[in-house]
Design a protein around this ligand. Sequence first.
Ligand code: URA
Length: 230
Amino acid sequence: MRLDKYICQSTTLTRSQAKKAITQGRISSSENTIRSTAYKVSENEQISFDGKVINVRGIRYIMLNKPADFICSTVDEQLPSILNLLDVEKREQLFIAGRLDADTTGLTLITDDGQWSHKVTSPRNKCSKCYRVGLNAPVGEDAVALFREGIQLKNEAKPCLPAELQIISETEVLLTISEGKYHQVKRMFAAVGNHVVELHREKIGSIELDSSLDLGEWRYLTDAEAQSIA
Ligand code: URA
């Protein structure tokens, strides 16, 4: 495996951060500094980062900053799957924990741990999701109480669970919900006569989208982030 890839799979660094760490001389093998990103790590070779041995992980927990025009499944032939953005082995073993619409951007969690994925998405677990929402009409202060009481969606028997609405500006809000109904955020604003023009997920539970990740970039979760989903 190439050294830069090995570092990504053993730490939470992105590929560009891994390359930088290599050129900065922070990576070594048997106390010899390696400065080539293309160096091939052989089986059983011990690689150290700042003097500490690092090992390729087993179960993978990934955060991706999803760009628009990628889909969170593998079956649409019109648009590419977000899994195509991951340069990892055994992509077919990965689950996307909570789908975003093709035009929605932001935090997406991906793993090969099915139970963990279920904890993120199961309505029973009430794992919160926070979205930055752009609207085409001004939103009034009265909307805060409406969302807190529970918005009634069209074609749903029961109102939504209470949601927290924080107004940033007339047409930009942060919305935190703890369910994942189909097109939920768009339908909630449609129910109050507004229309979502931009949707970006910023947080799932206590896991925040890493601000160093550009759209389309990803990194592995830290142990603390992965363990925060309980
Ligand atoms: N709600 C939506 O309407 N779309 C998404 O992508 C996520 C939540």
